[in-house]
Design a protein around this ligand. Structure first.
Ligand SMILES: Cc1cc2nc3c(=O)[nH]c(=O)nc-3n(C[C@H](O)[C@H](O)[C@H](O)COP(=O)(O)O)c2cc1C
Length: 182
């Protein structure tokens, strides 16, 4: 099966996730891994499955991937799966987990779903995980979101561990589950 995995990544987190997905499916299939900027829309119909992923910017998929979604053809042959990588920290077990995720990354899934609905593309699933924030984003989070010094001192060392080996394992599992749906 011909599969494309395309990602938009400025600081390498989403790229790591894309590489993990590639590692999970490349052995058994003909898989192409490339940055979103290299995708040629007219050639997408050569693929049966397309994974598209991006860093989260302003709680949505980063613009280069949004532009690619807008440019996708109507009723194509390929099916789509999506992924994103965000800096927002959503600790397991936190009562505010859903609320925090939805505020800081919650527009990504609807962006995939709306595009697929509008363009008649079968949407197979969505994966997201945390990445390490760049310095300016760390400063923004400290200034605007985690303003208490106590919470910040707990957050900072934790936040630099992402995506964890567990996240990358989950990304592989996601890619395999998507393959199982075909
Ligand atoms: C301009 C800009 C806006 C961002 N906005 C968000 C945001 O709204 N929510 C979030 O969780 N992370 C946000 N981030 C952080 C990135 O999503 C995060 O660091 C991600 O891991 C970057 O992925 P990359 O290394 O693949 O570029 C933003 C980063 C940049 C540069």
């Amino acid at each position: 099966m011909k599969i494309l995995i395309a990602y938009y990544s400025e600081t390498g987190n989403t790229e790591q996730v894309a590489q993990a997905m590639y590692g999970a499916v490349a052995g058994e299939h003909d898989v192409v891994l490339m940055p979103v900027g290299e995708v040629v829309v007219d050639r997408l119909d050569g693929f049966e499955l397309v994974f598209l992923g991006a860093a989260v910017h302003d709680s949505d998929l980063a613009r280069p991937l949004k532009r690619l979604l807008e440019a996708l053809p109507m009723n194509p042959r390929f099916k789509l799966a999506g992924f994103s990588n965000h800096a927002v920290y959503v600790p397991d077990g936190s009562a505010r987990k859903e609320e925090i995720y939805s505020q800081w990354a919650g527009r990504c899934l609807p962006s995939f779903e709306d595009t697929c609905r509008e363009k008649g593309i079968q949407f197979l699933g969505y994966f997201h995980c945390q990445g390490v924030a760049s310095k300016p984003i760390e400063e923004f989070i400290h200034r605007e979101i985690i303003t208490s010094e106590k919470e910040w001192n707990e957050y900072l060392p934790e936040s630099r561990k992402y995506p964890t080996p567990e996240d990358l394992k989950d990304a592989k599992g996601f890619a395999r589950r998507i393959m199982d749906k075909l």
